[in-house]
Design a binder for this molecule. Structure first.
Ligand code: ADP
Ligand code: MG
Length: 568
C-alpha cells in the first residue's frame, strides 16, 4: 500500500483515499460514510466534526462553522476568545478527523498526503491549504488541482487515450473547469477556468432571496438558527427537484404568537428561471476554458461532471445543450476527486502497480506586475498591468521581464505583484510587493522573474544586474500567510481540543440529527421526534453497548422514514 494518501478537502464534504492493491480505496468515517461534512462545532470541551457538526448549524449556530474553505488564507476568525480559529485551523480539524478514520482502517496513521484544491484557488488559498495539512500533522507532498485529479481518475479507469476531456466541477462553493487531453500515458491540461464563488450554496441563496421576497419576510430580523433553517430548507427543495419535478418549501419563523408558517410551491421550470443568472455564469466559464485552448465544443470527447451540484437537472441540461451530448456515465461526482488525489499520491510514492502517468497542468490565471506607462512625453501614469506568466501556461514555468526606474532621482523600485486579467491593476488581485535599491550606475534595470511551481505556488525574484542586489519573495499577500511559528502554535492549540471517542461519535451524530429535525418539524411530528430523542437518551444512560447500538439503528431508521415523508 502506498504510504501517501489523497485528501479531497471540500467546501461541503471532505474525503480521504488510499492506494491499495492497484486501486484507489476510499475510507469510511465513524458514521459509515465516505463523505465527512466539512463542518466543525464546539460543545463544551469537545469539538465535533462532520455530520454531527453539520446538524448543529441549525441547533447550535453560534458554536458551529461550515463553508470556511471560502475563507482560507484570509485573516477571518471563527468563534471567539480562546477558541477563535482561522479557516486553516478548522480545515486542520477536518483533516485530523479524516486521518483518525484512515488510521483505523489502514492500521497506521498517514503522515504524508496529496491534497486537492480548486484549480482556481489563489496563491494565498493554496498556502493556506498546505498550512492546514501541516497543522493536522501532515507533510503535504503536493497540491493537485481538483479537476485535474478528476481527469486523472477518469482517464485511468476509462482508457481515455487519444481523447479530450472537459471536467466541470460544481461543488458547494466553487466552480472549476478544465480541459485535458490524454495521449500515450500523458495527461495534459490545456486550460482551466473557474469561479471561486459559484456553487450549490449560491443556488440556495438565490432560492432564499426569492422566498423571502415572495413572503416579505424580514430575513435580517430572524434569529441565526431560523436563517440557517431557511437556507437548509431551500437546499432541501433544490435537492428534491433533482429527483422530482415539483416540491414545496415550508418554513416557520418568528416567536410565540408572532410565529408564522410560509409555504411556496416550486417546480423545475420556475427554478430554472430563477437560476438563470447563475447558469449564465457557469456557461461563460465553460466557454472560456474551451476557447482558451482554441478548441470548439465539438472537439470535446468526454464530459466528466464532478461535484454534488452537477446532480441538478438544470445544470445537466445546460451542459447537454452546450455540448449536444451526454456526460460520461460511471462517474461518481462525489468520489472522483479523492480517487484522483490517491492516484497522484501513489505516483508520488512510485507505487509499482501504477504505470507512470505524466501529468502536466497549467496556471489558471495570469500573473504579472504593476508598472507606469508614459502617456505623454515625460508624463507617467501608474497602475498598468504587465503580464509575466499568462494564464494557461504549462507549469512549472519560469518567465522574466525587465523594468526600469522612471526618474533619475529614484533610489528604489517597488514591484507590485498581481493576479488577474485586467489591463489596469486596480481590477486585479494584489498578491504582494518587492522593493529593491537600484544603485547609481549606468545599468539601473531591474529583472523580475516569476516562477510558478506544480503546486501552483508563485515565487518572485527581483535582481538589479548593475549592483547585484537581489530580493526574493514567496508570495505572502499582506502578511496573511502562516509562518512556521504560526503553524506550530496552531498545532498546539488544536491538539488541546478533544474529539469524542469513536464509540460515541455515532450516537452523538444520530442524536444531533434528531435534534435538528426536531427544530425543523412542527406539531405532532415534532412531539414524536421529541419522544424518540427522550427514549434514546434513556437508553444511552443505561450504558449497555448492545442495547445502544440497536436503539441507534432503530432511531436512524425512523428518522430516515420521516425524511422520506413517512410519518409513523
Ligand atoms: P464540495 O466539493 O464543495 O465539498 P460537493 O461536491 O460535496 O461539494 O457538493 C456539494 C453541493 O452539492 C451542495 O451544494 C449540495 O447541495 C449539492 N448536492 C448534493 N446532492 C445534490 C442533489 N441530489 N441535487 C442537487 N444538489 C446536490
Ligand atoms: Mg469538491
Amino acid at each position: 500500500m502506498s504510504s501517501i494518501i489523497g485528501i479531497d478537502l471540500g467546501t461541503t464534504n471532505s474525503l480521504i483515499a488510499a492506494w491499495h492493491n492497484g486501486e484507489s480505496r476510499l475510507i469510511t468515517n465513524a458514521a459509515g460514510s465516505y463523505l465527512t461534512p466539512s463542518a466543525v462545532s464546539f460543545d463544551n470541551d469537545h469539538v465535533l466534526i462532520g455530520e454531527a457538526a453539520a446538524n448543529r448549524v441549525i441547533t447550535h449556530p453560534a458554536e458551529t462553522f461550515s463553508y470556511f474553505k471560502r475563507d482560507m488564507g484570509t485573516p477571518k476568525r471563527f468563534g471567539n476568545g480562546r477558541k477563535a480559529l482561522r479557516a486553516e485551523d478548522l480545515s486542520a480539524l477536518v483533516i485530523r478527523q479524516l486521518l483518525d478514520d484512515a488510521e483505523l482502517v489502514l492500521g497506521t496513521r498517514p503522515s504524508e498526503a496529496v491534497i486537492s484544491v480548486p484549480a482556481y484557488f489563489s496563491d494565498a488559498q493554496r498556502h493556506a491549504t498546505r498550512a492546514a495539512g501541516q497543522i493536522a500533522g501532515l507533510t503535504v507532498e503536493r497540491l493537485i488541482n481538483e479537476p485535474t485529479a478528476a481527469a486523472m481518475a477518469h482517464g485511468l479507469h476509462e482508457n481515455a487515450d487519444g481523447r479530450t476531456i472537459v471536467v466541470i466541477d460544481l461543488g458547494g462553493g466553487t466552480l472549476d473547469v478544465s480541459v485535458v487531453e490524454c495521449f500515450d500515458g500523458v495527461m495534459e491540461v490545456h486550460a482551466s477556468a473557474g469561479d471561486n464563488n459559484l456553487g450549490g450554496r449560491d443556488f440556495d441563496e438565490l432560492l432564499r432571496a426569492w422566498f423571502v421576497k415572495t413572503h416579505s419576510i424580514d430575513y435580517i430580523g430572524l434569529e441565526l438558527s431560523a436563517r440557517n433553517r431557511l437556507v437548509r430548507a431551500c437546499q432541501q427543495a433544490r435537492h428534491d427537484l433533482s429527483s422530482s419535478h415539483n416540491t414545496e418549501l415550508t418554513i416557520t419563523a418568528g416567536k410565540g404568537r408572532r410565529q408564522k408558517t410560509y409555504t411556496s410551491a416550486l417546480d423545475r421550470a420556475h427554478f430554472e428561471k430563477l437560476a438563470a443568472p447563475l447558469l449564465n455564469r457557469l456557461q461563460i466559464v465553460v466557454e472560456r476554458a474551451i476557447r482558451d485552448c482554441r478548441l470548439s465544443l465539438q472537439a470535446i470527447d468526454d464530459i466528466v461532471l464532478v461535484g454534488g451540484a452537477t446532480r441538478m437537472p438544470v445544470v445537466r441540461n445546460l451542459i447537454g445543450r452546450m455540448f449536444r451530448r451526454l456526460p460520461a456515465a460511471n462517474v461518481d461526482p462525489d468520489q472522483i476527486v479523492a480517487r484522483g488525489a490517491a492516484i497522484q499520491a501513489a505516483l508520488k510514492a512510485r507505487d509499482s502497480s501504477l504505470e507512470d502517468v505524466v501529468l502536466t497542468d497549467v496556471s489558471p490565471y495570469t500573473l504579472g506586475i504593476g508598472i507606469a506607462r508614459e502617456t505623454d512625453r515625460d508624463q507617467w501614469s501608474e497602475g498598468f498591468y504587465l503580464p509575466i506568466i499568462e494564464r494557461n501556461s504549462r507549469v512549472p514555468v519560469s518567465r522574466m521581464d525587465t523594468v526600469h526606474p522612471i526618474s533619475e532621482l529614484q533610489k528604489t523600485v517597488t514591484v507590485p505583484i498581481f493576479q488577474g486579467e485586467s489591463r489596469l491593476v486596480k481590477n486585479n488581485i494584489r498578491l504582494g510587493e518587492i522593493e529593491v535599491p537600484v544603485g547609481k550606475g549606468d545599468d539601473r534595470s531591474v529583472q523580475v522573474r516569476f516562477t510558478y511551481d506544480i503546486n501552483g505556488i508563485l515565487e518572485v525574484d527581483v535582481e538589479v544586474p548593475g549592483t547585484g542586489e537581489h530580493r526574493n519573495l514567496v508570495i505572502n499577500s499582506s502578511g496573511k500567510m502562516l509562518s512556521e511559528e504560526d503553524i506550530r502554535k496552531s498545532l498546539q492549540s488544536i491538539s488541546h481540543l478533544k474529539v469524542l471517542p469513536r464509540e460515541t461519535i455515532q450516537n452523538v451524530t444520530t442524536l444531533s440529527r434528531a435534534e435538528r429535525m426536531y427544530e425543523e418539524a412542527l406539531g405532532e411530528e415534532r412531539s414524536y421526534i421529541g419522544e424518540l430523542i427522550a427514549r434514546f437518551e434513556r437508553i444511552l444512560d443505561g450504558q449497555d453497548p448492545e442495547q445502544i447500538d440497536a436503539a441507534r439503528a432503530e432511531l436512524a431508521q425512523l428518522l430516515d422514514d420521516l425524511d422520506q415523508g413517512r410519518f409513523r
